[in-house]
Design a protein around this ligand. Structure first.
Ligand code: MLT
Length: 257
């Protein structure tokens, strides 16, 4: 498993969204304050991970991805850490809390939702799997790019469009298809939100049209003591679009109550 790492100290493990990779977190890796160790893995299937020695299974689940993160933590001698995930990374973070709550010291859920896909959402996933198998990662980038970045970013930081396209196109078709399957089959995490006991920070942004802020508000309200932070002028990829505001949300803390 490839991972990027910076700093020493308390562990913050950041899980990227779809269809990106660990490099989504470069701004946060660069901003790690003293006393923090930031780790960002490529999740299974992304950037071709798993395609050479052990091909990624088309039946991959968010639980598989969570097990990989737990194994990486063990490999790095991290017993407990703060787990943060954006969008699909948040689905995996919730799977990890379900599997091993004792290893989660704090939780950051950014631009993500707790619910499962609707029947229409699952049908759209199947169409996306067909598309990526037929036309490759470039087609997924073409479909998703307009929805990933907010209007302010498209206007004021047009270069970010190319950065995000580059991250998406670094993937391979089989890996993206497996990740879409994992998102499509993820369980509804809503019933477990009330049992989350660790400090939790929920981040959203006012121009996210893929997972609107209302979803994050509901999720934060259901997690005991969770703090909600809304970033202005960002779309779905809030950590890339407004990195200072994302980091300034209290990311390097667990004092969120
Ligand atoms: C993501 O950004 O990880 C995905 O767009 C989430 C999703 O499609 O549900």
């Amino acid at each position: 498993m490839r991972y990027l790492e910076s700093g020493k100290g308390r562990a913050l493990i950041l899980l990227h969204g779809f269809p990106l990779n660990a490099e989504e977190w470069l701004p946060q890796l660069a901003a790690a304050p003293s006393g923090w160790r930031v780790i960002a893995p490529d999740m299974r299937g992304f950037r071709g991970a798993g395609s050479i020695d052990a091909p990624v299974s088309a039946e991959m689940t968010v639980d598989d991805c969570a097990s990989d993160v737990l194994a990486l933590m063990s490999h790095l001698d991290i017993d407990r850490g703060v787990i943060g995930g954006l969008s699909m990374g948040g689905y995996v973070a919730l799977a990890l809390v379900r599997k091993a709550p004792e290893r989660v010291e704090g939780l950051v859920l950014a631009n993500t939702r707790a619910g499962a896909d609707s029947p229409e959402g699952r049908a759209a996933r199947d169409r996306m799997i067909d598309l990526v198998r037929r036309e490759g990662p470039g087609a997924v980038a073409r479909e998703m790019l307009p929805k990933l970045l907010g209007e302010t970013t498209k206007r004021e930081q047009p270069d970010l469009v190319d950065v995000v396209r580059g991250l998406a196109e670094a993937n391979v078709a089989d890996g993206l298809a497996a990740a879409i399957h994992a998102m499509k089959t993820r369980p509804d995490s809503t019933p477990m939100l009330g049992s989350i006991r660790c400090p939790t920070l929920v981040i959203t942004s006012d121009e996210d049209t893929l997972i609107p802020a209302s979803e994050s508000e509901k999720m934060a309200a259901a997690i005991p003591g969770a703090r909600l932070h809304v970033i202005a002028g960002a779309g779905h990829l809030s950590n890339l679009e407004q990195p200072s505001a994302f980091t300034g949300s209290g990311l390097f803390s667990t004092d969120w109550a």
